[in-house]
Design a protein around this ligand. Structure first.
Ligand code: AOF
Ligand code: ZN
Length: 342
């Protein structure tokens, strides 16, 4: 299964809302074939591995290690579980069951009904965290990212963009961004930072949707650097637009956009992960709504002091919310701390 997880990881960044899946086929102590899900819409991992065999007869009596329960549905491709039965596998070891209701146990049932020996390990290998979260909670996994000083401030006062973390942190936050299906900023961040919200050194065919929460989308400057890239932009506007926009821009109107509505909206769009980048007001609202599942905190070695803004200024969470430290990492002079909701 370790090898199958390694296979699966090769699809990183290319499977979009589909899961990373890897497969190893073994017979008489020998690896016959390996495979993985390469790209959204392409063959599933099981079919990729079977296609490596010189002759499908080799699969007769073999064992397949597959990181995710084989599918039972006809989607972009035919059901894998039926194919595994047809080629005569003797045994299938499954990393985790598929939480997607299209499959959810039905793939396993097909294998069992055909007399194939099965075993489910209930282990994900750390893969597909957003995918699993999405189907379990029916909403995207929400990560809040911010950089703070030692006195818990997030930026210097005023209307200027402040950069107090080092290049290693900048690099890492690019990597974090690349793994998200949607990233969100508020209107003020758009004005003050003028971010592009793109993934530089792009290694994915599926850049995150760039979401901007605005009062009135028609007030947004056309000169914003956001418009320099063709990656999708979704404006969440309280007011409808009277203007025309380029093809990569979509406008979603709701007079009462708030974290819960944003989360529900993204769930309807099938978006499994959201990265809330700023500013402090938007982040504070997500905290207050209890909608922060994961926090990425970059701690920089300085005191900003004075009138700098503290984290979550002005809005308190309704009760204390507990998080658990998952990883810690030194990034140059900064420290990265990753927390998950308990
Ligand atoms: C994948 N790759 O290797 C496996 C998947 O839209 P479809 O037809 O590609 O089906 C996507 C679903 O198929 C996915 O949510 C999961 O339930 C199942 N298994 N999907 O993209 C794979 N094994
Ligand atoms: Zn499949």
């Amino acid at each position: 299964m370790n090898l199958a997880w390694q296979q699966a990881r090769q699809g990183q960044g290319q499977t979009w809302t589909n899961p990373l899946v890897g497969v190893v086929i073994v017979k008489s102590g020998q690896i016959l074939a390996q495979g993985y899900h390469h790209h959204f819409g392409n063959s599933h991992a099981e079919i990729d591995a079977l296609s490596q065999l010189t002759n499908l007869d080799q699969a007769q009596g073999a064992t397949m290690y597959v990181t995710l329960e084989p599918c039972s549905h006809t989607g972009k491709t035919p059901p894998c579980a039926r194919k595994l039965v047809a080629v005569g596998l003797a045994r299938v070891v499954i990393g985790q069951l598929d939480p997607n209701p299209l499959v959810a146990g039905k793939g396993l049932a097909i294998l069992q009904a055909a007399g194939i020996t099965t075993r489910v390990l209930d282990q994900s290998g750390g893969l597909n965290r957003a995918y699993n979260f999405f189907y379990l909670h029916k909403r995207p996994l929400i990560t809040l990212k911010y950089a703070a000083s030692l006195d818990g401030k997030i930026n210097a006062a005023g209307n200027e963009r402040t950069y107090f973390t080092g290049p290693e942190t900048q690099n890492d936050s690019q990597k974090e961004r690349a793994q998200q299906q949607a990233i969100l900023v508020g209107e003020r961040t758009l004005e003050v930072d003028d971010p592009q919200l793109t993934v530089r050194k792009l290694t994915t065919d599926f850049p995150p949707r760039r979401l901007v929460l605005v009062r009135d989308v028609d007030q947004i400057s056309r000169q914003a650097r956001l418009f320099q890239s063709a990656a999708p932009i979704w404006f969440l506007s309280r007011r409808p637009s009277q203007r025309s926009w380029s093809d990569n821009v979509q406008i979603f109107v709701d007079p009462q956009w708030n974290p819960l509505r944003i989360s529900q909206f993204l769930a309807e769009q099938g978006i499994q992960s959201l990265f809330v980048e700023g500013g402090s007001q938007v982040q504070a609202h997500f905290m207050a709504a209890g909608l922060v599942d994961r926090i990425v905190l970059y701690l920089a070695p300085l005191l900003l002091g004075g009138s700098a803004l503290p984290i979550a200024q002005g809005i308190a969470a309704p009760q204390a919310l507990k998080y658990q430290l998952q990883t810690q990492q030194v990034l140059g002079d900064d420290l990265k701390l990753e927390y998950w909701r308990r």
